[in-house]
Design a protein around this ligand. Structure first.
Ligand SMILES: Cc1ncc(COP(=O)(O)O)c(C=O)c1O
Length: 415
């Protein structure tokens, strides 16, 4: 049987080197635990970038997938299927109460990857800008934030401030600009610079995940909401990483009781099994007068397998109150990390931050060796921007498991 080393060499030889993974091979998973081919067990503290909120291989999600696999998996949107409608209804009922409905009703456009949801949201915002707001032809503008991460398509790379993400991929899509994150004055200034009449949307993450779990100043989201309302600009929140219980609330915007005009969802919506993403907004933003047949689509978006899995994933997250679990266990985890940082650490700790079970510790120096030592000691985490380690385990992690992890983290960070 090939060893972990053999698999890593195969990846290296035959695959493009567009990732720099930590050297571990996962061949089995259950709940918060994963195993390599040699049988070594690890605690997963990344959760596929917050996709495994309900834990790996959740039995009910796997059962729903298996059941659907025996019936029909893909129809394309050329036909209807008997899973998509019930799924979209469930999404509307859940997300609708968190949305700014503006006397309209919630509506969903299902896609697959997170990046596709973002692209879709941008397209919808532009079309809404022309058709509903009256922006002159080809003038629609969208404001984004420095430090964002929204995915990897060319348009999305073009709205990134990270030179590695932008790489040699230009020229990029026009009609976007970037402002500092967490600064509502910068937003209002940019609106005046561009001209409110030409701005369709402001796109932001309520907590910037890939930037290193950057939590904006308290009150920022509320002020953004007020500014967007004042200038008739869509507030689009990318909750692909922060949404669906991860930060201790159903959505990260709920921490400030803010209702955006559009949610972008993905990752955990697919139950850690299948790529499922969605744009959730209201009818007067995405209705047939804005997005008529033929203007957008995806062969796999809304397929019955995705819908069956998405329905069960949502049901489990809501029923098991994973938001409350993330809040309680996240506080415990964060307090434990803060206690560790009071000791003399191998690298100076600059900051510990986060919400719920989306936590980061930022060091003054390259944290990659610490990540590899964590791996050697049975914890899988990943550095972001080399100085920051994110801890985002599945939300079903217990206090005892966090206690076990904290002992190892303390050993690795301090001894
Ligand atoms: C906030 C956010 N948006 C979008 C994406 C892109 O999702 P995907 O990798 O599924 O395209 C990510 C992925 O990490 C993300 O964190």
């Amino acid at each position: 049987m090939p060893s972990s080393k053999d698999y890593i060499e195969m990846d290296h030889e035959y695959g493009a080197h567009n990732y720099h993974p930590i050297p571990v091979v996962i061949s089995k998973a259950k709940g918060v635990w994963v195993w390599d081919p040699e049988g070594k067990k690890y605690l997963d503290c990344l959760s596929a970038y917050s996709s495994h909120n309900m834990g790996h291989m959740h039995p009910e999600v796997i059962e729903a997938a298996k059941k659907q696999l025996e019936k029909v998996t893909l129809t394309s949107r050329a036909f209807h299927n008997d899973q998509m409608g019930p799924f979209l209804k469930q999404v509307c009922e859940l997300v609708g109460t968190h949305l700014n409905l503006d006397s309209s009703k919630p509506m969903v456009l299902p896609m697959n990857s997170g990046a596709e949801a973002v692209e879709t949201g941008l397209k919808v915002a532009r079309a809404w800008g022309y058709i509903k707001k009256g922006i002159p032809k080809d003038k629609a503008h969208i404001i984004c934030c420095e430090g964002n991460f929204h995915g990897r398509t060319i348009t999305i790379c073009g709205i990134s401030s990270d030179p590695v993400t932008r790489h040699q991929f230009g020229p990029f899509t026009p009609g976007f600009s970037m402002i500092p994150y967490g600064d509502e004055n910068a937003l209002e200034t940019e609106i005046h610079n561009i001209g409110a009449e030409n701005i369709a949307a402001f796109l932001l993450e309520p907590i910037q995940g890939e930037a290193g779990v950057k939590v904006p100043p308290k009150g920022y989201l509320k002020k953004v909401r007020q500014i967007c309302t004042k200038y008739n600009i869509l507030m689009i929140t990318d909750e692909i990483q922060t949404g669906l219980c991860r930060t201790g609330k159903m959505f990260a915007v709920d921490h400030e009781e803010v209702k955006p005009d559009m949610f972008l969802l993905g990752k955990a919506l697919g139950g850690g099994v299948y790529p499922v993403s969605a744009v959730v907004t209201r009818e007067n933003v995405i209705g047939p007068d804005v997005i008529p047949p033929g203007t957008h689509g995806s062969t796999f978006g809304g397929n019955p397998l995705a819908a069956a899995i998405g329905m069960k994933a949502l049901e489990v997250m809501v029923r098991d109150k994973l938001d409350e679990k993330a809040q309680e266990i996240g506080t415990y985890f964060m307090d434990g990390l803060k206690a560790i940082a009071e000791h003399k650490t191998k690298l100076p700790v600059i900051d510990i931050r986060g919400k719920g079970l989306l936590i980061a510790i930022e060091f003054d120096g390259n944290a990659r060796p610490l990540v590899e030592q964590l791996m050697n000691n049975g914890i899988l985490a990943k550095d972001t921007h080399s100085t920051t380690i994110r801890f985002a385990p599945p939300l079903v992690i217990t206090k005892e498991e966090v206690e076990w992890a904290l002992k190892i983290i303390k050993k690795v960070f301090t001894e």
